[in-house]
Write a protein that binds this ligand. Structure first.
Ligand SMILES: N[C@@H](CCC(=O)N[C@@H](CS)C(=O)NCC(=O)O)C(=O)O
Length: 296
């Protein structure tokens, strides 16, 4: 075996032992165990859809879908968006684990049918809503399968971007060249895949905006627009010109401008809407507006 391991001399033990200190930002909130750590029921609002989430890229996918559905006139898509603070361990509360045994945002309860159903995994939520409303997914089989191709491409690819590149480039407590090189190579390859696809297509799956764009934009759009990981220069993001064109076009959609605010508790006060229970909340319930009321 190599004698260049890090830390020097490190060899994996026969049996891995969990040390609470390992992990760095984000990984440190996890445990090698599933299940609830504490009893906590989830709040329930008045709308047919109850979303439990945070404005990370995985969370934004679902608020984009709801805001796009509402903007397209599907008034039955009204939703309550409750805040799950993953840094504080809300995803390990018993109520949350009941709706997502994987303890990750986003998670949804759909109360619009005869019985409430739980929906977890962002891809499953997007597909469930697209099928329910027959929206943002084409009905013709050959077009539909192309949307599913890119939807599932995202599910398989983004963990290399977030859990691999983002973790080692931004969050890991030490910079390890081997890990950064390995995941940078993969992320640049993925960006090139998207760039080639978007060179000849307005949207990912062709000429129609779909759940494929809604799944991919919060990760790869954010990456090239430098709103995650501050890595645009490192990755030469501007060279993926078709991805940049697509990312900017989607960013300017009114529904997307609203969606990125929901369950957001960082950044500019006017861009933070911790919870969304009504369309008017975007006007009256942002952090900026609440601070004005508190001061008055
Ligand atoms: N494959 C999942 C990934 C969800 C995910 O990783 N969510 C992160 C936030 S972006 C999370 O909840 N992390 C909390 C944790 O790891 O404990 C999906 O697409 O829904």
């Amino acid at each position: 075996m190599s004698n260049e391991n890090f830390p020097a001399g490190y060899e994996p033990a026969d049996v891995w032992v969990w040390e609470h200190s390992n992990g760095g930002e984000f990984a440190k909130i996890n445990r090698p165990l599933a299940g609830a750590t504490h009893e906590k029921q989830l709040p329930v609002g008045k709308h047919p859809f109850q979303l439990y989430s945070l404005a990370t890229p995985n969370g934004v996918k679902i608020t984009m879908m709801f805001e796009e559905l509402l903007a397209a006139g599907y008034s039955d898509a009204e939703y309550d968006a409750h805040l799950i603070r993953i840094n504080e361990g809300d995803q390990f509360g018993s109520g949350f684990v009941d709706i997502n045994p994987n303890s990750k945002i986003p998670a949804l309860i759909d109360k619009s049918g005869i019985e409430p159903v739980r929906v977890f995994e962002s891809g499953s939520i997007l597909l469930h809503l697209a099928e329910k409303f027959a929206a943002f997914i084409p009905s013709e089989s050959h077009k539909r399968v192309e949307v599913l191709n890119w939807l599932f491409w995202q599910m398989g690819s983004a963990p290399y971007l977030g859990g691999g590149f983002g973790h080692f480039y931004s969050y890991a407590p030490i910079k390890i060249q081997y890990c950064i090189d390995r995941f940078t190579m993969e992320v640049k390859r993925q960006l090139d895949v998207l760039n080639r696809q978007l060179e000849n297509n307005q949207f990912l799956a062709g000429d129609e905006y779909s759940i494929a764009d809604i799944a991919v934009w919060p990760w790869y759009g954010a990456l090239v627009m430098n709103t995650v990981y501050s890595a645009a220069e490192f990755l030469q993001a501007e060279s993926y010109e078709h991805v940049v064109r697509w990312a900017k076009e989607i960013k300017n959609r009114p529904a997307v401008k609203r969606a990125v605010m929901v369950n957001r508790v960082w950044g500019k006060p006017e861009g933070q809407l911790a919870e969304r229970h009504d369309a008017s909340d975007f006007e009256f319930m942002t952090r900026e507006k609440l601070s004005e009321i508190e001061k008055a």
